[in-house]
Design a protein. Structure first.
Length: 487
């Protein structure tokens, strides 16, 4: 009997009706997201605030591009984490080492001053987060049989753990930054990651045996070639930096190009591999429109950390009973809604069972709602500094949340369901590549944001997402056939 079947029949030891190992992965992801979102909540302000305010004084447009490129880099690095898991170390060990790298990155941001600390910290956190994200998600997928109808609900519960960390992180780092400075805020993120790493080290032995399994081991004869590729790639990056061909001004464009090339290469690999069956190949083809829809969605949603962050600092009335709320606290509004409604959505999908909407239709609804969220900014545009009521932004971010719950946890779930057996973790990495590309575009698009023309900005972006959602809905019958029995 498989582990998934055992967990399904043994209801005495479950986590809200789900496999009990979900609780461990839930907790690890909670602490990692606490540190990640706590740091990201104050990152943009650290970049563009003047030196007198504790910042680096970087141009605001360049800063938003860097935030987008950094976020894209996090998800792009899931390729490396997934490849190491599937071919060298297994998901469990990659997760452990990645958590340690993340903690070191936060320490660099907290301790090292200026551009050095920023560069070292973001590189380490980016690489580590990429390794952790794909493998944590893949391990959740192993807890369920392919047709287990609890799967989408289980990913929604896991997603709630992510957002518990995302809620508390910006509140603590934002308060510490406002009271004692940016580096103290970054230090709190480092402590949070240390707690998560310790918790994981104590519980990792309880993960199922397949968590340690290397699904497609790299032959020893090929090890030297891959080491050479890694060294060559590092040399190329160093040359680009030294010659000035890669700098802060064009990093977002380079990151977008890298994500596009990597995505095309991954789809080509999965569609041509002799280890992928014809049924699996059809399922991979069905994932292509979902991948593109995910890119559009994340290009809007990730503007929480660029356009919405600027909007909160410059246009939002943050006065509460004579006290001014830190702008980074706005980043905790979406997680509050996720915590409240993730369980509702999970219960809804469980209740509907086989009658629930198909995954592609859920994607389409998420896109349309995301477009409506950006159109909802328009009535409050042009009011001047600190003119938008806090409740207005709360309502808009509620729409962000609804859109997210229709697409993001479903995307994680469908990636594991459509994945070829030999490329399970790397298929999850492909979904994260769509987030990488979308996140990078979110930074690029933010460079065009200007309060003087924000009605045009919000209109074009919102309408584009709605049209994309309608087109995807029209493709649903075709996609369901290509998915070969996957719902």
């Amino acid at each position: 009997m498989s582990r998934a079947d055992t967990e399904e029949t043994d209801t005495r030891h479950t986590f809200f009706g789900h496999p009990r190992m979900l609780a461990n992965l839930f907790s690890v992801e909670l602490w990692e997201r606490f540190s990640f979102y706590g740091m990201q909540g104050i990152l943009l302000y650290y970049m563009y605030f003047a030196a007198a305010e504790g910042g680096l004084g970087i141009d605001q447009g360049v800063a938003t591009g860097l935030v987008g490129a950094y976020g894209g880099g996090v998800y792009l690095s899931t390729i490396l984490g997934a490849w190491l898991a599937d071919r060298v170390l297994g998901s469990e060990r990659v997760l452990f080492f990645s958590a340690a790298i993340i903690m070191l990155g936060h320490i660099c941001l907290a301790v090292l001053p200026g551009a050095l600390g920023l560069a070292a910290g973001l590189i380490l956190v980016g690489v580590g987060s990429g390794g952790l994200k794909a493998n944590a998600t893949s391990l959740v997928g192993t807890l369920y049989a392919e047709k287990d109808e609890r799967r989408d609900a289980g990913f929604s519960i896991f997603y709630m753990g992510i957002n518990l960390g995302a809620l508390v992180g910006p509140l603590i780092t934002g308060w510490l930054q406002q009271s004692w400075g940016f580096h103290v805020g970054f230090g709190a993120a480092a402590v949070g990651m240390a707690v998560g790493l310790t918790q994981y080290a104590l519980t990792r032995k309880n993960l199922p045996a397949e968590a340690h399994h290397v699904t497609n081991p790299l032959p020893r004869s090929q090890a030297g070639r891959w080491v050479g590729i890694a060294v060559a790639a590092l040399v190329v990056v160093v040359i680009l930096l030294v010659t000035g061909l890669l700098d802060a001004g064009n990093l977002d464009t380079v990151m977008a190009a890298a994500a596009i090339v990597a995505s095309i290469a991954y789809f080509a690999l999965l569609l041509t591999s002799s280890r992928v069956t014809e049924i699996e190949r059809s399922r991979v083809r069905s994932f292509i429109p979902l991948f593109l829809a995910s890119v559009v969605f994340w290009a809007l949603f990730q503007q929480q950390f660029t356009v919405v962050a600027i909007y909160a600092e410059q246009s939002l009335d943050r006065s509460l009973l004579g006290w001014t709320m830190p702008p980074s606290w706005v980043q905790s509004i979406n997680p509050v809604f996720i915590i409240v409604f993730a369980g509702v959505f999970a219960a809804l999908w469980t209740k509907l069972g086989s009658r629930q909407p198909s995954s592609p239709l859920k994607f389409a609804v998420g896109l349309v709602v995301m477009g409506l969220a950006f159109l909802a900014f328009i009535p409050f545009s042009g009011g001047g500094p600190n003119a938008t009521p806090l409740l207005a932004l709360v309502g808009i971010l509620f729409l962000f949340t609804c859109a997210e719950l229709f697409l993001s946890p479903i995307g994680l779930s469908i990636a594991t369901k459509l994945a070829p057996e030999r490329f399970r973790t790397q298929m999850v990495a492909l979904f994260f590549l769509s987030i990488s590309l979308g996140t990078t575009f979110a930074g690029i698009l933010a460079g065009y944001y200007d309060p003087a023309t924000e009605v045009t900005y919000f209109s074009w972006i919102g309408l584009t997402a709605i049209v994309a959602g309608i087109l995807l809905a029209l493709l649903v019958p075709t996609l369901k056939k290509s998915m070969r029995g996957v719902h």
